[in-house]
Design a protein around this ligand. Structure first.
Ligand code: SMG
Ligand code: MG
Length: 372
């Protein structure tokens, strides 16, 4: 049982080491909402929202998440009395609010961190992880030129990354991907369109189909499972869904329709780590592969991603890259890639990391504390 006393919201900004461009826009810095829950007698816990400053990846964005957290989710969390068992109680208590999954996931992460820290249990162990290191991939943004892309992919593969995911968009697809395949014939490669195409563009995917990709991620509109099923039927390469899957129920429907053979699991997108585990359950049961995605998280969210990536069923390398792929100076102690392309899953209780106080202060744009 946990009794919550207050929640502090904190908007942070960290410059990215290089701009990250996708089909829907460019990020030059990571702006995130951190959440710190304070309990009456069980210490504190940290969570991070997967939202970005603009509602481009999904409907959610930082300012919207801040308001729904401050005015709705946190007040109803605090008003409901003690949580027991704490993490499992969060989802049902916030279920009255429709959507806002990334905001809800941040609350759940913070409560999980507090509850498990108090018990001395690492998050990975609590979720059922069966390994202490995970193989890591890297997501490569849309660069200025094919030469630039080849240099970036080469550097990441040299660093040990086990899979390179190339962002694509109309006008930047078959030619650059073919160039990467020719330069790195044996590399584990995938592509991610972030919903930038329509079924009428199927010829582009048929051209990509011959390039030995391990998957084509979210090629079509995020609300169009049926067209994804029709596209998958035309391709040998597995379709992977990201934006389209917001719950375990979505996963079951997509699989039933034949809309994907792989699912990118992000706790934020599906409303929390516990629902992410249920997405894994549905997928594995159906023989659909899963891996852990990323949202350019700071070390706080990254720690939780690594715990998720360590669960049985997460067989493919995730977008769980090292801190230095994003930031010159992360909020936490940096996550470091080993030369074999793996990273250690945090071993400490809860999420296993905390922000470094000086770095946290330096990155903070504003804070607001909500009390019971
Ligand atoms: O965390 O390394 C990361 C980013 C991985 O490509 C990534 N995420 O569609 O999978 C995706 C994107 C969403 C964020 S784009 C700003
Ligand atoms: Mg994606």
């Amino acid at each position: 049982m946990i009794e919550l006393a207050a929640v502090e919201l904190r908007l942070v900004r960290l410059p990215l080491v290089a701009p990250f461009r996708t089909s829907f826009g460019e990020e030059r810095e990571k702006e995130a909402i951190l959440l710190r829950v304070e309990t009456r007698d069980r210490g504190t816990g940290w969570g991070e929202s997967a939202t970005f400053p603009f509602p481009r990846y999904s409907e959610e964005w930082n300012e919207g998440a801040w308001i729904v957290l401050r005015d709705h989710l946190i007040p109803s969390l605090l008003a409901g009395g003690p949580l027991a068992p704490a993490p499992e109680d969060v989802g049902p208590r916030l279920a009255w609010a429709r959507g806002h999954r990334m905001a809800k996931a941040a609350v759940e992460m913070a409560v999980l961190d507090a509850a498990l820290s108090a018990q001395g249990v690492p998050l990975a162990e609590h979720l059922g992880a069966d390994r202490d290191r995970v193989p890591c991939g890297v997501s490569v943004g849309i660069p200025g030129s094919v030469d630039d892309l080849l240099a970036r992919v080469g550097a990441y593969l040299d660093a040990g990354y086990r899979r390179a995911k190339l962002k694509i968009e109309p006008g930047w697809d078959v030619e650059p991907v073919r160039a990467v395949r020719e330069a790195f014939p044996d590399a584990h490669l995938s592509v991610d369109a972030n919903a930038a195409y329509r079924l009428e563009d199927a010829a582009i995917f048929e051209a990509l189909d011959g390039l030995g990709l391990s998957m084509i991620e979210q090629p079509l509109h995020h609300e169009d499972l049926w067209d994804h099923a029709r596209l998958q039927a035309r391709l040998a390469t597995p379709v992977c869904l990201d934006e389209s899957i917001r719950s375990a129920a979505d996963a079951a429907l997509a699989i039933e329709l034949g809309a994907c053979r792989v699912i990118n699991v992000k706790a934020g997108r599906v409303g929390g780590l516990l629902e992410a585990v249920r997405v894994r359950d549905v997928a594995v049961e159906a023989g659909v592969l899963v891996w852990c995605g990323g949202m350019l998280e700071t070390g706080i969210g990254r720690a939780a991603n690594l715990a998720l990536a360590a669960l049985p069923g997460f067989t493919m390398p995730g977008d769980t890259s090292a801190s230095d792929r994003y930031f010159a100076d992360d909020l936490t102690e940096p996550f470091v890639l080993a030369p074999d392309g793996t990273m250690a899953v945090p071993r400490g209780p809860g999420i296993g990391v905390e922000p470094r106080p000086d770095r946290l202060e330096a990155c903070t744009v504003r804070t607001e504390r909500i009390t019971a």
